[in-house]
Write a protein that binds this ligand. Structure first.
Ligand code: ATP
Length: 249
């Protein structure tokens, strides 16, 4: 038994633990109420995927790692769900790829940004951006648009897990390479991404780190070849096929 009182033999053990982490995130002021709804949506898709990383997602995670290693200025965008679910894992990914971490919230409050930054520091983060908020993503209204001028605004590659569709679209229009992690292959965020990863953030982030470590010694041409070989539409179609036609055990 864990502190959540779920026996490990329970068929939904992992899923219930994940849900509990989101609940804790809300209690700590890290995750928003909307984050609970997002989690519920994600769970439904994950259930249909068999709660596993499908081959096309693993391939996309490797491509994402290659993009991060090739980038001049990679930034990982952190929201309340990511901070609650994978705080240590996202810090490791940042370290493995020399990326920066920036807290970027849909429902932005200074208090929540501080709570998330503190939580990330407790999990090993050195520097956390998102406080300056001195630039705007063009085409979005006020609060949602705020980013750091020397963070997401300046980045050439951004990882945006569980991003809102509008903001994903607006970021895409800034000519950045946008890596989206979203369990719904039909969400606008996944559809506008340069690299859509249809996988649970809990599995996707550590797997991206593992790929980054494996690719670390590749040269520029080898990384470019991995990146150029990727087709986002093919990856999305593979995920949708899996969800619509998969066998649920
Ligand atoms: P859009 O505006 O892009 O169409 P949406 O309105 O469905 O998206 P939200 O509800 O804001 O978006 O975001 C939730 C999204 O994040 C959903 O697509 C959901 O499947 C996904 N999601 C939730 N939890 C996870 C998770 N743990 N890992 C990956 N994706 C997740």
């Amino acid at each position: 038994m864990s502190d959540v009182d779920v026996p490990e033999s329970h068929p939904r053990y992992e899923s219930l633990l994940t849900r509990h982490r989101i609940e804790e995130g809300v209690e700590k002021g890290i995750t928003s109420q909307q984050g609970l709804i997002a989690q519920g949506r994600g769970e439904a898709f994950d259930y249909l995927l068999g709660e596993q990383t499908i081959d096309s997602a693993d391939a996309a995670e490797r491509v994402a790692a290659a993009h991060l290693l090739l980038a001049d200025h990679p930034v990982l965008s952190i929201n309340g769900n990511v901070a609650a679910l994978v705080p240590g894992e996202i810090v490791e990914l940042a370290e493995a790829t020399d990326a920066e971490l920036e807290v970027n919230l849909f429902n932005r409050t200074e208090e929540r940004i501080r709570a998330i930054a503190e939580h990330l520091r407790e999990h090993g983060a050195q520097t956390v951006k998102g406080f300056a908020a001195d630039e705007r993503i063009p085409g979005l209204d006020h609060e949602r648009a705020k980013v750091d001028a020397d963070g997401i605004y300046d980045a050439d590659v951004v990882v945006v897990p569980l991003e809102d569709g509008d903001r994903a679209e607006a970021l895409g229009e800034m000519n950045k390479t946008e890596i989206v992690i979203d369990l719904n292959p039909l969400s606008r965020s996944a559809q506008v991404a340069s690299v859509p990863i249809v996988d649970n953030v809990i599995r996707a982030v550590p797997n991206m780190t593992a790929h980054a470590r494996q690719l670390r010694d590749c040269n520029h041409e080898q990384l470019r070849a991995i990146v150029d070989d990727f087709d986002a539409d093919v990856a999305l179609a593979a995920a949708e096929r899996e969800i619509r036609g998969g066998d649920i055990e």
